[in-house]
Design a protein around this ligand. Structure first.
Ligand code: FE
Length: 333
């Protein structure tokens, strides 16, 4: 009898040991800032009882940590911004494929890895912002048009060192090919109002101050300035509406290769892609939900609807190195 009981106990221990689906703890490495993710973690903990431990840090630092920890990593999930970064994490082998009908249904194909190692969870548009004092929206049309000499001395761009611009150029290369994109980027460089800025916000502030008339930035940086200054003389323009659409990118996540709780991590990702979490996730940074069934916050919706590019974002990773070389050749610092 005693033997029988201990056999059952042993079986139970083994069962719980190999059933991470029932785990009550998850560990997240996040390149997203704490104030953007903590409310989500809290909501999920409250709903499910699953405790979420996390560390935040810069994307390359977290990636190095995951690589060096290898099989010993405590991390179940990696969260970061930009498809270029997510692609890179998958490429170096720290993310595992996840098969989930929920994720496939909730997240458009272009915003997730074709091999299911990463999933976009919020969407941002990298679009044109113009001075309402010096530019009429009818003068604007496409990213390509910003290479036209009519914009000479009027364009404010962020540095090419930033992954956002590397992804933008990579996606232009995917759409137009190398040669046409190089001509385009050279045109941008010829039109610069000032040397490239260190942040999207600085590019916007330059246009506001009259140093340049148009900038290319992520929408939420516009939103941050607009919150502080609702009457600022800047407005959003949606380019390429008659062609490939606005360049969109994501913040997202993937389950780590050596996750100790892969089922629980997948369940959390599924929840993040659903209606309950999508607004929490997107609204915290004035971004767009990836889930087409979920509407953006009113403040964001007021910028108007747009057609976004539907080219697979994995191209942002695949062509990143080529994009960096192209920007270098074009003299884009
Ligand atoms: Fe950003």
């Amino acid at each position: 009898m005693k033997l029988f009981l201990s056999a059952i106990l042993a079986a139970m221990v083994t069962f719980t040991g190999i059933s991470p689906a029932f785990s009550q703890e998850l560990v997240v490495y996040s390149a997203r800032k704490e104030h953007l993710i903590k409310p989500l973690f809290d909501a999920y903990e409250k709903k499910t009882g699953v405790t979420i431990k996390y560390i935040t840090g810069k994307a390359p630092v977290l990636l190095e940590r995951l690589k060096s920890e290898g099989t010993q990593t405590p991390a179940d999930l990696l969260m970061t911004v930009d498809a270029g970064n997510l692609w890179h994490a998958a490429q170096v082998g720290v993310l595992r494929p996840v098969s989930s009908a929920v994720l496939s249904a909730n997240i458009p194909k272009s915003l997730r890895d074709p091999e299911n190692r990463w999933f976009g969870l919020s969407k941002r548009a990298r679009t044109i912002v113009y001075s309402t004092e010096r530019v009429k929206p009818s003068e604007l049309s496409t990213y390509e048009n910003l290479a036209d000499p009519v914009w000479k001395g009027r364009l404010a761009l962020r540095t090419s060192k930033k992954v956002y611009n590397q992804s933008l150029v990579a996606m232009l290369m995917a759409a137009h090919g190398d040669a046409a994109t190089e001509v385009l980027v050279k045109g941008w460089v010829n039109n610069l109002a000032a040397p490239p800025f260190s942040s999207d916000t600085k590019a916007l502030e330059a246009v506001m101050a009259g140093q340049g008339d148009v900038a290319v930035v992520n929408t939420y940086y516009f939103g941050r300035l607009q919150k502080k200054n609702p009457h600022m003389p800047l407005a959003i323009f949606w380019p390429n509406q008659a062609s490939g659409g606005v360049h969109v990118n994501v913040s997202g996540a993937g389950v780590t290769t050596h996750a100790k709780h892969p089922e629980a991590a997948t369940a959390f990702l599924e929840w993040l892609s659903g209606p309950e979490a999508q607004n929490l996730f997107a609204d915290a940074n004035m971004e767009y939900p990836v889930n087409p069934a979920v509407a953006p916050h009113d403040f964001v919706a007021a910028w108007g609807g747009f057609k976004g590019s539907e080219l697979g974002l994995e191209k942002a990773g695949e062509l990143q190195a080529d994009a960096i070389r192209l920007m270098d050749r074009a003299g884009y610092k």
